[in-house]
Design a protein around this ligand. Structure first.
Ligand code: ARG
Length: 349
């Protein structure tokens, strides 16, 4: 589809949904710009609406009820390293918001390249840390970053501005909020020394709005407890902690049918959820998130739209059959605007 056609679909949708009247003038402006430059420039309002609808269209996301509240930072003017680093730190600080997490996206010019999968990630070494970050850790070391191997070393920001070199930046002291994981009823769990960062800020996806691709658009919501407990801590190709957790809980691990694995999953989920809440950091449990998703589906229907989704992501990895999402299929059509994976950017999906 040609660029003007994609632009037209987007602008018409925006003017219709926001009741902005006749888009004809804006469209002829865009047509002129495309004819002259093969490109057109979104206004900040278009960027804001486009990014919000991209969230609404994110088939894997169970948290979409809040799409209208996405805070959109138009940072396209940034053209140097110092301003870029400051802007990223401002995003982290403002999205963290002392624990009351604000869903946020920052949109930069395509002259700025970000190499991180998320703005905040733990480094991965041969035997410790997050195995998912091994390649990223090597990449950071290649440009001069040094660290003592450990389980929870925050990786630096890895970026390039214009034709410059790839540089790293270690976040300023106190910027990254983290939560120590403990369990109200099993004090030994704390001894595992598990922790996680407060805000997941995806920085390896493109944002497509009306045919324009933004490559540098870090965005965040807040965590659902199973992402950390059931996947990051438990997957055998991640922190692989299921056995250590079961031991800390003193479960009978003599045979599979004591159900020690399943019990450990429930308790680590409880621990992650309550540790975040006790630290006053936003966190949602999978049952509540599914209910919120149901409300999103109802509101979309009332607005005359259908909901697209990816079943394998919308069914939570803990007790999926307790949520409505599990019991029917979803149409996984990709709509525009949207957030897209770019090949070779995210290590795995
Ligand atoms: N699952 C990813 C992680 O554990 C985060 C993906 C985005 N999650 C979110 N709640 N917005 O880091």
């Amino acid at each position: 589809m040609g660029l003007f056609k994609q632009a037209t679909e987007f602008i018409e949708m925006m003017y219709d949904e926001l009741k902005l009247g006749d888009p004809a003038n804006r469209l002829s402006e865009i047509k002129k710009e495309i004819d002259e430059t093969n490109h057109y420039t979104h206004t900040s309002k278009e960027l804001e609406y486009g990014a919000r609808v991209a969230w609404r269209n994110s088939n894997r996301c169970i948290g979409r009820l809040y799409w209208k509240s996405l805070v959109v930072r138009d940072e396209r003017h940034i053209d140097n390293e110092a301003d870029f680093v400051e802007s990223i730190e401002t995003h982290i600080n403002d999205a963290t918001n002392g624990g009351k997490i604000v869903p946020m996206v920052s949109i930069y010019s395509n002259d700025v390249t970000l190499y991180n999968e998320q703005l905040i990630r733990y480094a991965g070494y041969d035997n410790v840390g997050d195995p998912r970050s091994r390649a990223a850790t090597k990449q950071a070391e290649k440009v001069g970053w040094k660290s003592e191997p450990g389980d929870f070393n925050v990786l630096p920001l890895l970026y390039k501005v214009g034709d410059g070199e790839i540089h790293y930046h270690e976040y300023r002291e106190g910027l990254i909020k983290e939560v120590d994981i403990e369990h109200h009823h099993y004090p030994k769990l704390k001894d595992l020394g598990l922790k996680w960062y407060a805000v997941p800020i995806i920085s390896c996806m493109d944002l497509e709005i009306g045919g324009i691709y933004y490559h540098t658009t870090p965005f965040n919501g807040w965590y659902m407890e199973t992402e950390i407990a059931v996947r990051n801590f438990t997957d055998d190709y991640r922190y692989n902690k299921l056995e250590s957790i079961a031991k800390a809980l003193e479960l009978d691990m003599s045979k599979t049918t004591t159900y020690w694995r399943d019990r450990a999953l429930v308790e680590i989920s409880y621990a992650v959820y309550h540790s975040f809440r006790d630290s006053k950091v936003t966190m949602v449990d999978h049952i509540t998130a599914s209910k919120q998703f149901k409300t999103f589906e109802r509101l979309e229907q009332e607005a005359g739209r259908t909901v697209t989704g990816k079943w394998s992501w919308l069914a939570p990895p803990l007790s999926p059959s307790l949520t409505h999402n599990y019991h029917y299929g979803f149409d996984n059509t990709m709509r525009s605007p949207n957030f897209l994976y770019r090949e070779n950017k995210c290590p795995m999906h």
